[in-house]
Design a protein around this ligand. Sequence first.
Ligand code: NAD
Ligand code: TYD
Length: 362
Amino acid sequence: MTILITGGAGFIGSNFILDWAAGSNEKIINLDKMTYAGNPDNLFHLNPEVYELVVGDICDPETVKNILEKHKPRAILNLAAESHVDRSIYAPAEFMTTNVMGTFNLLESSRAYYDTLTGPQKDRFRFLHVSTDEVFGSLEPADPPFSEESPYRPNSPYSASKAAADHLVRAYFKTYNLPVLTTNCSNNYGPRQFPEKFIPLLILNAAYGHSLPIYGDGLQVRDWIYVTDHCTAIRNVLQFGQPGETYNIGGQAEKNNLDVARAICQIIDQERPRDDGQSHAIQITHVTDRPGHDRRYAICGIKIDRKLGFTPRWSFEEGLAMTVDWYLNNPKWVERVRSGTYREWLDLHYGQKAPESQEKKL
Ligand code: NAD
Ligand code: TYD
């Protein structure tokens, strides 16, 4: 049997594939456009018997049709997306194309493919769509966490595009009986995350002697989940989830951004002390806030716990220590990622925001 994953060369996808290949011989096909966020270094060492990369676009019906006809997957896991909120504020169009139209194209292609299946192949088939808690909008400090029943109130072009995709997935279940599953997960962190996102950006900026940009007052709260826990939850939903249902996935680790920054600094103070003996926390710099910045996300994980037996394995402290360790001990990966396009992004986005200090070597 075979499964098809989209966006598997990105952060969560590559962690998912590595976990999958470690625990199963079932072949995994990865359809990835290899945007700036897709990184061939993440997966190059995998055995071609169990892993195959197809470089292509989820928006292209022919590409998707050919893969489905050739490999006849028993499941499609849709992770391909433009995923960074700040980029969606500068240039939303690509988010609509990939996140909305790409998901629509995958659903259409899956529907045609599903119609050709019979018997156990048909019974087994699943379309699993990986989404975010950001579709639910922002919580006040005293609000209960997001449940599967929370209304959709997306606030950024990114979350609006993911919300649109989620609605399409739901509609394909209701209208066409396509056996879909949707997961809405909180903020992930861990190895191989592109360092435009908060945690890897801060780890690398701290280690290189740059400023640590904190948007606004830094009291925005996220529910952080270690990436391999998210991957475990996706596998559980794929295996045991009820078609047509959605499952929230959280890390049971609500933290505000300033506390996350201080925790990162503490670990790096131990592992790579500054030459002047001060804490890396002196590099923390408050910068202009993000427009439409959601104040708080939090996930109620009761449904996935009770129905599918999933709870996260790693505490925030354990996960953060493993993450910092990974970035400090993989300088080749880091250097290749910090290429021209990444520097262009830093200049564009942070150029106006925070003065940089002297760069150090990792
Ligand atoms: P990422 O940006 O690291 O990776 C996205 C991958 O999708 C890249 O490999 C990229 O090349 C590929 N891709 C982009 N456009 C494509 C297209 N048109 N066709 C084929 N491939 C394309 O993202 P991530 O953080 O790994 O997130 C994966 C999924 O999980 C996304 O759908 C995201 O919305 C969702 N999610 C992410 C988080 C998080 O904290 N990172 C939390 C919840 C949900
Ligand atoms: P991010 O990793 O972009 O995830 P998301 O916006 O999807 O939650 O940001 C996490 C939090 O960190 C969010 O509140 C924005 C904040 N943040 C900063 O304060 N500074 C930064 O440079 C970045 C990238 C994010």
